[in-house]
Ligand binder design. Structure first.
Ligand code: URA
Length: 272
């Protein structure tokens, strides 16, 4: 589902433009889906592979082997097993990629009444109770993963897994190679921790530079603080990747479900 673009703005919820286009079907809703689609959506296999699983008698619905393609079911009403193992209920697993615009808080509610990321999907037909994995600052933009898969979210955020996150940043001035190397060897941050980053210079202007910075932790204001620590204050920041996920062509305010391939990539990265 590609949704209509929502304009980044500072208006309050009531004034915001019409939300993303309705999804015609929802695995958490009451509309039936074809069995192969349910299997693919669960992240188990591609649609083609799911068809093979059905044809070869490996799929059991409510205790009965189903070999015909095209059987339509409301996923939450049935017990679906593949090779004797129940598939994850689509209702309990939903994954969306969201482009958080600048000037929006990445929480579900804001006591100060500023636009929140929740405004961007509350008027879609997304029925799952999804929440953001991690945060982006109010003035940051870019990729956010929204899910109701708490286990995956915790794993993604856990420092032990060192999930890479890449940001395209604009900084004041033109850093010397020495100061960039400090990013690599590690900078001390206000938290009292020392963190390293990978960097790649994209281009320089007269008095500013554009870089790609990759970090593996998710400390608050981490990139901002790292840039400040090397004497080049951050002017703009956009997250473009999270693990195997990329922002791609998503525009500010857009939200789309992850593809089964992306879900598989995410899970296999975390299990490896
Ligand atoms: N680092 C920051 O400084 N801000 C963000 O929003 C994300 C990473």
């Amino acid at each position: 589902m590609k949704t209509r673009r929502n304009k980044p703005d500072n208006r309050r919820k009531a004034d915001l433009p019409p939300r993303a286009a309705a999804r015609r079907e929802s695995p958490a809703g009451s509309l039936p889906w074809r069995l192969q689609r349910i299997l693919a959506h669960s992240g188990l296999a591609s649609r083609r592979k799911a068809e093979d699983l059905i044809r070869t008698g490996r799929v059991v619905v409510d205790g009965r082997v189903v070999t015909e393609l095209g059987l339509k079911l409301v996923p939450s009403d049935h017990r679906i097993e593949v090779d004797g193992k129940r598939i994850a209920s689509p209702e309990s697993k939903a994954y969306y990629l969201f482009y958080k615009p600048k000037g929006v808080v990445s929480t579900l509610r804001d006591p100060q009444g500023r636009p929140t990321i929740f405004d961007y999907w509350s008027r879609t037909q997304i029925q799952e109770r999804i929440f953001p994995v991690g945060r982006l600052d109010w003035d940051a933009e870019g990729l956010m993963l929204l899910t109701n898969d708490g286990e995956l979210a915790q794993t993604l955020l856990h420092p032990k897994f060192q999930v890479p996150k890449t940001y395209r940043v604009k900084v004041r001035g033109i850093p010397t190679l020495d100061s960039l190397r400090r990013l690599q060897t590690g900078t001390w941050l206000p938290s009292g921790k020392k963190h390293q980053a990978e960097w790649k210079m994209v281009k320089t202007g007269l008095d500013r530079s554009w870089l790609l910075i990759t970090i593996r932790e998710g400390e608050k204001h981490q990139v901002k603080n790292m840039c400040a620590a090397i004497g080049h204050p951050l002017m703009a920041i956009k997250r473009i990747t999270l693990g195997p996920l990329s922002l791609g062509r998503l525009a500010p305010g857009e939200i789309r479900p992850l593809t089964p391939k992306e879900i598989r990539a995410l899970k296999s990265d975390l299990s490896g």
